[in-house]
Design a protein around this ligand. Sequence first.
Ligand SMILES: [Cu+2]
Length: 141
Amino acid sequence: MKKITNMIFALFLVALLASGSVFAASYTVTAQALAFSPMIIKIAPGDTVYWDNMATHNVRMMEGLIPEGTEAFASAMSENINRKFDTEGIYIYQCDPHIGAGMGGAIIVGEPVNLDAIKAQDVKGGLGRVVDKAIEAAEGM
Ligand SMILES: [Cu+2]
């Protein structure tokens, strides 16, 4: 009987792990001077990202540089925000006032399914440098 109970418990744990939701993690990106740290993070679907120290910054997800069907949301200036990511893919964002200095970053959620779509874009300047780094990170996965 004890053996069966243990087995049921083990199956229950496996089901929990597979669902992922119970173990959803939270990551922090900190604005430091004119950069986000870490600039690129890899997370799992269902995880949350918290942007901290945003006194003079914001986060704007860039149209065409995020997974198809997801919202190109933008946060208000000077606001620390929490955002949950459910859809797989690469999300490239910028800080509006400082993108000229290259202040942007990327969240890679699960598999980088939109890598080809991002590579097809011709992005220049500060945002272009962010895109290049995100592509490099995604290709190294
Ligand atoms: Cu900024």
